[in-house]
Design a protein around this ligand. Structure first.
Ligand SMILES: *[C@@H]1O[C@H](CO)[C@@H](O)[C@H](O)[C@H]1NC(C)=O
Ligand SMILES: *[C@@H]1O[C@H](CO)[C@@H](O)[C@H](O)[C@H]1NC(C)=O
Ligand SMILES: *[C@@H]1O[C@H](CO)[C@@H](O)[C@H](O)[C@H]1NC(C)=O
Ligand SMILES: *[C@@H]1O[C@H](CO)[C@@H](O)[C@H](O)[C@H]1NC(C)=O
Ligand SMILES: *[C@@H]1O[C@H](CO)[C@@H](O)[C@H](O)[C@H]1NC(C)=O
Ligand SMILES: *[C@@H]1O[C@H](CO)[C@@H](O)[C@H](O)[C@H]1NC(C)=O
Ligand SMILES: *[C@@H]1O[C@H](CO)[C@@H](O)[C@H](O)[C@H]1NC(C)=O
Ligand SMILES: *[C@@H]1O[C@H](CO)[C@@H](O)[C@H](O)[C@H]1NC(C)=O
Length: 256
């Protein structure tokens, strides 16, 4: 008898794109003890650019009365905060929750989602929500990863080199050179988890007139170019100019 609900709930769960972990229909114990009910668990990663809005959703099981909602907010390197909402009494208990930038998306009964209007670097971390219903529990862990676009520069260095920098990006940017050539790339990590990547390109063949630095990053790719005036710099740089170009992929032809 207690197994009858499973079929329809399974269909409902599949609509949410999740899988029921393990059927425990073998014994008739499902409705006797809330704590031991089968739990559906989902882990996801959420990438949000700094300053953008983040919606931390916690999809409730449809057609099922929510008994309790619990959020555990654990920003990396900080104490976790816990919010417990009991539907019956509409009582909310918060422990260690001091970040006023994190709010309910709407009223708890309608949606147990949380909202961050402008994501900051210190919001990076793990957000888990658990919904307890009479028919089962639902647990979703979301790893919120805050993305920061790096600042890009391309400048001549000493001794026939060109230096391309992707400053304070998160995660670290990747730098490619076109034409590919002799280069050394180093990374410097900052205390706020951003990374500066610096690539030094050795200018060996003096017959190339333009070099491109292609910076690949999840917030968007960028290309800078440096033009070297052949005649005017035997051993030196002479004139150069920087110009950003539209270049979506490092293997793509130039379009700008
Ligand atoms: C209910 O669960 C308990 C332990 O979890 C088990 O000993 C018992 O046999 C179960 N009852 C049924 C009807 O399967
Ligand atoms: C989700 O992540 C937790 C801890 O990071 C892990 O213990 C658990 O097995 C994961 N669950 C799934 C379904 O991947
Ligand atoms: C709440 O924060 C304090 C420190 O401010 C910490 O000692 C305590 O363990 C935290 N409680 C929970 C439930 O995380
Ligand atoms: C909230 O905490 C208080 C005191 O710690 C407790 O009496 C109350 O039952 C709690 N309410 C909920 C909804 O957990
Ligand atoms: C540039 O080359 C000169 C001579 O080869 C050397 O002394 C100097 O250390 C080099 N500078 C850099 C920054 O590599
Ligand atoms: C992170 O730290 C670096 C180095 O101190 C700084 O340049 C950068 O502006 C910081 N980024 C943010 C988003 O605070
Ligand atoms: C530059 O010279 C090298 C050999 O010195 C040659 O292999 C290469 O094709 C030349 N590149 C261009 C763009 O002329
Ligand atoms: C950025 O470049 C990488 C590597 O070439 C590529 O895989 C990715 O699709 C590019 N992203 C965008 C938004 O064009």
């Amino acid at each position: 008898m207690p197994c009858l609900w499973r079929t329809s709930d399974l269909a409902a769960l599949l609509i949410w794109g999740v899988f029921v972990a393990e059927s425990s229909c073998m014994n008739g114990n499902q409705t006797s003890q809330i704590g031991s009910l089968p739990e559906t668990e989902v882990n996801t990663t959420l990438f949000v650019q700094m300053g953008a809005k983040a919606l931390l959703d916690c999809p409730a099981l449809p057609m099922t009365k929510t008994i309790l909602i619990m959020w555990v907010i654990a920003p990396r390197g900080q104490f976790p905060c816990r919010i417990i909402y009991r539907a019956e009494t509409t009582e909310t208990n918060e422990t260690n929750c001091t970040d006023k930038r994190i709010t309910w998306e709407s009223t708890r009964d309608q949606s147990p989602d949380l909202l961050i209007n402008a994501v900051a670097l210190d919001h990076d971390g793990l957000y888990s929500c658990e919904i307890v219903t009479a028919k089962g529990n639902f647990l979703r862990r979301q790893d919120l990863q805050v993305l920061v676009p790096p600042a890009i520069t391309l400048l001549p260095g000493k001794n026939r080199t060109i230096v391309c920098e992707a400053i304070a990006g998160k995660p670290a940017a990747q730098i490619f050179w076109i034409p590919d050539g002799n280069h050394v790339t180093k990374q410097e990590s900052h205390s706020n988890d951003t990374v500066t990547v610096r690539s030094t390109y050795l200018w060996e063949q003096n017959n190339v007139s333009v070099v491109f630095c292609f910076v690949s990053h999840p917030t968007g790719n960028q290309t800078l170019s440096i033009e070297l005036n052949q005649g005017s710099y035997p051993g030196g740089y002479g004139q150069h100019k920087l110009k950003p170009m539209c270049y979506k992929n490092k293997d793509e032809k130039l379009v700008g």
